[in-house]
Each structure stands twice: as C-alpha cells, then as structure tokens.
Design a protein. Structure first.
Length: 114
C-alpha cells in the first residue's frame, strides 16, 4: 500500500522556522517528482514547491527565498525547510508524488502566530 506521511508541522511565531518531512512508502519513488502544496482555511489548495526526480526545484513566488525543498538520498523522503515564516503561511501542508500515478499525503498543520 502506497503511503505518504507528513510530519513536522506545528505552531510557531512569525519569523520562526519549521522543517516538514514526507516519508513515502509502498513502492520506489526515485522516478517520481515530489512537491508540497498547502491549503489555507477557505482557500483552494495551492502549489508551494517542487523537486523533480533529477533534482530540479521550483517555488511559488510567495515562498521563494524563504522555503527550501530537498530530497533524501534514498529518494523516498522529501523535506521542506521553512524560514522567516509569516502568518499567511498558515495552512495544511500536503506532500505530493507524481509520475504516471499521483499520490497525496494526509497533510500536516502549520500555524504561524503574529
């Protein structure tokens, strides 16, 4: 059974940092592109960051320069280092894996207080 399990969310003050992790299991993910999305209350899910199977990364403008996506050496984990957090970063953060099939995690809550 394929699973994506996020961890590392929590409550942090504005200006603080969090590191999210996503552990993928149930198959080999080395050929999968991985990404993070987020959904704030009352808003649609939006793209945050992407890292391709070859290592190329891209970011949403709202997080560029503050967030860094990386991948574990085994390619089945992906991390999101979030620095200089702002209240508008408050959302549920979801891990995504995509190749021919797409998978989603259950999400982890990030709350940034002002």
């Amino acid at each position: 059974q394929v699973q994506l399990v996020e961890s590392g969310g929590g409550l942090v003050q504005a200006g603080g940092s969090l590191r999210l992790s996503c552990a993928a299991s149930g198959r080999t993910f080395s050929s999968y592109d991985m990404a993070w999305y987020r959904q704030a209350p009352g808003k649609e899910r939006e793209f945050v960051a992407f890292i391709g199977w070859a290592g190329i990364s891209t970011y949403a403008d709202a997080v560029k320069g503050r967030f860094t996506i990386s991948r574990g050496s085994a390619k089945n984990t992906v991390h999101l280092q979030m620095n200089s957090l702002k209240p508008e970063d408050t959302a549920i953060y979801y891990c995504n894996a995509k190749a021919r099939t797409e998978y989603w995690g259950q999400g982890t809550q990030v709350t940034v207080s002002s």
